[in-house]
Design a binder for this molecule. Sequence first.
Ligand code: G3P
Ligand code: MG
Length: 361
Amino acid sequence: AHINMAHINGDKPKYPVAFAFDIDGVLVKGKTALPGAKKTIELLQHLNVPFIFLTNGGGHNEAEHEKRIAARLGLASLRHGQLVQSHSPYHDLVTNYRDETVLVLGGHGDQIRNLAHDYGFRKVVTSSDVVAKDEHIHPFPEMTGAHHALHGRSAVPGDGESPDDTRIAAILVWSSPRDWCLDLQLVCDLLLSSRGVLGTRSPRNGDASLPNHGFQRDEQPVLYFCNPDFEWATEHRQPRFAQGAFREALKGIWRHATAGKAELEYSVVGKPTETTYVYAEKVLRGLTLSPGEIGTVYMVGDNPASDIVGANSFRSKYGSVWKSVLVETGVFVPGSFPAHTPTKIARDVAHAVTWALAEEG
Ligand code: G3P
Ligand code: MG
């Protein structure tokens, strides 16, 4: 396709088209590249069309994740700075928690501890650390205890620095929790605690004179999620639970813990939230020549409840128009009615891009 790099306002370039690619179910399934993914990315690189990867996946820092994508797709090169992942907006939280301890959930081993440190969080605690300090926190250690014993640290950064050491100021979920039983218990304990100190219970819980019946009204940690997806496309025949499924499980437990009186209060980023699309647009604009104007952004995704509704409802403050293309290689079942109607349904990522480029003339 011929790309018309129209110029407006003298030397200010206008890129008529840009792309945001979902990863799982569009470019890869698990570790395997989907057909047409490599050649599609190479075509856009060749045409110099700006694009980003916009995924609800995560677990690594942006530079490492970009290398993995390049390797999985077999790309010779991939420019740095074109990936927005589920937890990328957590970069903006670092200053809020500079001197406070955060509990990080998701991943395995020291993966998320290291990632949180990479982002700039200083005092980071994992659920394995909590087990190392208090072996009775989880009454059923048989299946996961060895993992926590290997990775848990009883002394963590921040210990001894202040009397507030033991206070958890925030809980950040980075990727899918692995040991749900322990993590659900821990989150519930902290949300019922006094000021986020494990082992305590807030005297305000259940107080009908307070908002939310006194639940989460005693400086308990702020709870952050970064991936609303209930399910995602892997090598398995049917979609698998994602971070959103863990959140639903927690909501169910919370309903019981609060006798149905209180709503679980939390923050969430990741597609389809506006925060993530604003973040994505910032990254996309950073790729184009400054100040870079983009006419249409095509979001290519496989999940109507994530990629499609997010792009459909996003309103760019720079006047770009976001359109959505739903592919049939992931969560969406071909032939069914998508819960959110995309601009176009395409067989796969190659067809999606070919169609979009033709639309733009
Ligand atoms: O856990 C990852 C998953 O929910 C979705 O990844 O690339 O399809 O947004 P992606
Ligand atoms: Mg996907």
